[in-house]
Each structure stands twice: as structure tokens, then as C-alpha cells.
Design a protein around this ligand. Structure first.
Ligand SMILES: Cc1cc2nc3c(=O)[nH]c(=O)nc-3n(C[C@H](O)[C@H](O)[C@H](O)COP(=O)(O)OP(=O)(O)OC[C@H]3O[C@@H](n4cnc5c(N)ncnc54)[C@H](O)[C@@H]3O)c2cc1C
Length: 444
């Protein structure tokens, strides 16, 4: 997310832009919903809107990437919150506008968080969800009846457990729908009927006629329950998900939507592919399977990086560079018995409380419980940057005048507890690119 947003912004400005991508990304593993700010760490009540969340961050977490987004020498102290909100809104609006018409078209707005339903039957506050995950009326229609449809042989989604959890949630908030049912469907991608993955099912549903077959099976369950809405796991297709949703709605006469899921994530992959399309259309050049392995610096300026692919090595010279290598999945950061390290330039790393992370044992920075409200301290580690998003050294001075950083390689926030991952990546990518463009205009 961070690299592709930054690259698209730079390329749209007419700069010649190259994006190196070594391999897999957290973006493709994500649920594909764009979280901006859901919770403060340790809070149990979610924010009602991204704006409310950003105002809290501005007041309490001055080194959070969102707070850095709002920094500018011209901004008066009493206007910082407005600046953070307005710059983040610009980035998120840019994303929504530019993904329109793609396989990851988004719904939602900055005015309020959506409470999207997950495959566990829980809900999570998020800013934008993919159109295929959106239900216009589920939480408004007093006579709403929700059917959760699972797939035999697909172990990631248990509709019975999800129905129970979701119904408890709705009863506690005394909102509709007040009736939730479940069913199991038979889908056999290429004849396979067990241990199915979401990607296999999505590919199957991208083929002609498969949606009609699915609608035929669903029709009986919809009629039996009197369902007004049908929720499926996120498998509606990699290429044709939105068309498939619309076709199902037409054939069944009820609203159909996807739940938020876990990796491997079809909507995450749709988002990654849509962002790559956006970058290419903006004129950017993408080298997939190319790893930046070393760099050359002169006079406080990074002049080139060397990229390595299985069959070649090349030197890439540029006026400015953006480091958006992600955290542990992307491999921007790695940890061993000596500490947590930035993988490419060996930049200084810090913890979420801004102590050195270069010598902490990763095992000391993890909780035994994988998913907990306290999160994992390891997630808050990363780079510390100056107000222009340039990584700094121990003395607080930038490592190089033309190296900017964005996305989850940054320290100071835990996306898993805050529900802020793709929002921080998009906003910091957008801001880092704008800063890099200004730097080029001023210096060259
Ligand atoms: C399971 C899971 C679910 C999540 N769900 C959500 C969600 O629902 N909503 C949300 O908002 N956030 C979610 N997040 C968080 C979100 O996905 C991340 O915060 C966000 O994707 C980070 O984006 P990024 O661009 O910084 O890094 P990444 O998406 O990880 O991208 C980094 C890229 O850099 C490349 N790279 C690394 N090193 C090099 C190198 N040396 N040379 C070339 N390329 C390199 C990698 O190959 C990768 O492609 C989730 C995360 C996970 C793990």
C-alpha cells in the first residue's frame, strides 16, 4: 500500500518512478478493508469516526505517523488537529477516488466508521470496505434476517459459530437484524471438495455459470429462512467479485455481501492487484521479484540502490527514494538474538516508546496470547523519522537528505490494536511522496 500509493502520486506528478517489489506484502494478506483509526490502545470502545480517532492521536501520541502527517512549519499549534484530519482525509479520499472502477472499489466515508462483520461473527470498526463487502441496509432494516452461508470443505469459516457470535453482538446492542440463520453450500473447484482455500473458491466463482449454480443452492435456504441478506466468506472472485455480487442479488432478490476474512485473503489480493494497476496506469514502472540489496551514498545523499533479481543485478540512480518495505511480512524489519534491524540500510530502529530496538530480544517483545487488546509490542517497533518522513540517526538528524520512509516500517503505532494499518500506510505513503516531490523541486 505505502509504496504503491507513493509511487502513483510521484508518477502522476510527472516524475519518472520505479517501484521495486521483492515478494509478498502484508497488504495482500490484509482483509482488504481500509482501517484509519478504530481504537486507542487499551480502549474497549471504538471511535465512531476516523476524525474522532485522529483527534485523539494528535492529543496523546505526538510521534504517531498520523501526528507526523500533520506537522508543518506553517501550521499553528491550535490548528494541528485540523491539519492531521484534513491531510489524512485527502489521502484516503485520493485512494477511494482512484480505486473506483477497479476490482477493489471502495465504499464508506471519513464521516463515520463502518462496523464490518468478520468471518468469526465479530465486528470491527473500519473506514472503507470493498464494495463487495458492503450492505446498504443490514443494520437498519427492522425486519432484516441474515443468512450466513458457509462452504463444505472450506475450514476457515464456521457459519454456526459466526451466527451465534454475531447474534449475541446484535442482541447486546439491540439493533437489527434480530434473526440470523446459517447454511452450508457445496462448491467443488476443479472437482476438489475438501481443504478448500479462499483463492481456489474465488477462482472457481470467476468462471461462467458458477454464480448461477451458487444462486440455485442459496435460493432454497433464503426462502426457508425468509432471509433479506446473505453473507458469504470473502470468496466472491478475484476478477469478477462485484459482478458476481450483483448477479447473486439479482437472482436471489436479497442483498449479498462478503465478510472480512483472514489470510490468504482474496480481498487483500484484489487490493494489491488494483493498486498495482493504478501505479502502472500512472506511468510508473514496476519490477516485481527485484530486491533492493545495497546502496550508495555521497554527501548525505543516497545516489543509487542495487536491485537483484534471479538473473540480473542493476543499479538504480534516483533523485529521491522512498523506503516502504513493510514490517516482518514484507521483510522491511527483521529480528534475531541481537535485536530488531532495518533490513536494507541498517537504519536505527526504536520501540513503540522510542527506546532503542537495535538490541532487544524479539521474544521479550511478544505477548504469549496471540490476539489480545494489548497487542504485540513488536508491532510498534520500526523507524523513527523527522517531520518530512526521513529516517533519522541517533543524533536526530536525517540519515540521508533524499531518503523518505512510509508504511509499516515506521515505529510508533500498533495496527492490530488500533485498527489503523492500511490507513497509516496510505496516508504516510501519500505524505512521503509529496515531501519527496517538494525535495526534488527545491534541490534540483
Ligand atoms: C493478517 C493481516 C491482516 C490485516 N488486516 C488489515 C485490515 O483489515 N485493515 C487494515 O487497514 N490493515 C490490516 N492489516 C495491516 C496492513 O495490512 C499493513 O499495515 C499494511 O499492509 C502495510 O503496508 P506497507 O505498504 O507498509 O507494507 P507491505 O504491504 O508489507 O509491503 C511491503 C513491500 O515491500 C517489499 N520489500 C521489502 N523489502 C524489500 C526490498 N529490500 N526490496 C524490494 N522490495 C522489498 C515487500 O516484498 C512488500 O511487497 C493486516 C495485516 C495482517 C498481517
Amino acid at each position: 500500500m505505502a509504496g504503491l500509493v507513493a509511487g502513483s502520486i510521484a508518477s502522476n506528478e510527472g516524475l519518472s518512478t520505479i517501484l521495486l517489489r521483492k515478494g509478498q506484502s502484508a497488504t495482500a494478506y490484509s482483509s482488504g478493508a481500509i482501517d484509519v483509526m478504530g481504537y486507542l490502545p487499551d480502549a474497549s470502545e471504538p471511535f465512531s469516526s476516523p476524525k474522532e480517532g485522529l483527534a485523539a492521536v494528535a492529543g496523546l501520541l505526538p510521534l504517531h505517523p498520523y501526528s507526523i502527517v500533520g506537522y508543518s512549519e506553517e501550521v499553528q499549534e491550535d490548528n494541528v488537529v485540523n491539519e492531521i484530519v484534513s491531510r489524512t482525509r485527502d489521502a484516503i479520499t485520493w485512494l477511494k477516488t482512484n480505486l473506483k472502477g477497479t476490482i477493489a472499489q471502495l465504499r464508506g466515508s471519513f464521516k463515520s466508521n463502518i462496523h464490518a462483520i468478520t468471518i468469526l461473527g465479530t465486528t470491527k470498526p473500519t473506514c472503507l470496505i470493498q464494495e463487495t463487502m458492503y450492505s446498504e441496509t443490514l443494520q437498519e432494516r427492522e425486519d432484516g434476517v441474515l443468512l450466513l452461508a458457509g462452504i463444505t470443505g472450506y475450514p476457515d469459516f464456521n457459519p454456526s459459530i459466526a451466527a451465534k457470535t454475531y447474534l449475541e453482538d446484535r442482541l447486546a446492542s439491540s439493533g437489527p437484524p434480530r434473526k440470523v440463520g446459517r447454511c452450508l453450500l457445496q462448491i467443488t473447484p476443479f472437482g476438489k471438495s475438501y481443504n478448500l482455500s479462499s483463492i481456489e473458491i474465488a477462482r472457481h466463482l470467476d468462471h461462467e455459470n458458477s454464480i448461477e449454480e451458487l444462486a440455485n443452492q442459496l435460493k432454497m435456504h433464503v426462502d426457508q429462512l425468509g432471509a433479506t441478506h446473505v453473507a458469504l466468506p470473502p470468496v466472491l472472485g478475484l476478477k469478477n467479485a462485484l459482478e458476481n455480487k450483483k448477479e447473486l442479488e439479482k437472482l436471489l432478490g436479497v442483498e449479498v455481501f462478503e465478510l472480512l476474512g483472514f489470510p490468504p485473503s482474496v480481498p487483500g489480493l484484489r487490493l494489491q492487484l488494483a493498486l498495482e494497476g493504478l501505479f502502472r496506469r500512472s506511468g510508473g514502472k514496476m519490477l516485481v521479484g527485484h530486491e533492493a540489496i545495497s546502496s550508495f551514498t555521497t554527501d548525505n545523499r543516497l545516489s543509487s540502490v542495487t536491485a537483484k533479481a534471479p538473473r540480473r543485478e542493476m543499479q538504480i540512480d534516483a533523485k529521491a527514494f522512498i523506503l516502504a518495505t513493510g514490517k516482518y511480512i514484507g521483510c522491511g524489519l527483521s529480528g534475531d538474538e541481537n535485536g530488531i534491524h532495518e533490513s536494507l540500510f541498517d537504519l536505527m530502529t526504536v520501540t513503540g516508546t522510542y527506546h532503542s530496538a537495535g538490541d532487544i530480544l524479539p521474544s521479550r517483545f511478544t505477548n504469549r496470547v496471540a490476539i489480545s487488546p494489548e497487542g504485540q509490542p513488536l508491532y510498534s517497533c520500526g523507524l523513527t523519522v523527522d517531520p518530512h518522513f526521513r529516517p533519522v540517526k541517533e543524533d536526530g538528524v536525517e540519515w540521508a537528505s533524499n531518503l523518505f520512509a512510509a508504511g509499516s516500517v515506521l515505529a510508533g503505532y500498533d495496527y492490530s490494536t488500533e485498527k489503523s494499518g492500511l490507513g497509516v500506510a496510505a496516508t504516510s505513503g501519500y505524505s512521503a511522496a509529496k515531501n519527496a516531490i517538494n525535495f526534488i523541486k527545491e534541490v534540483f
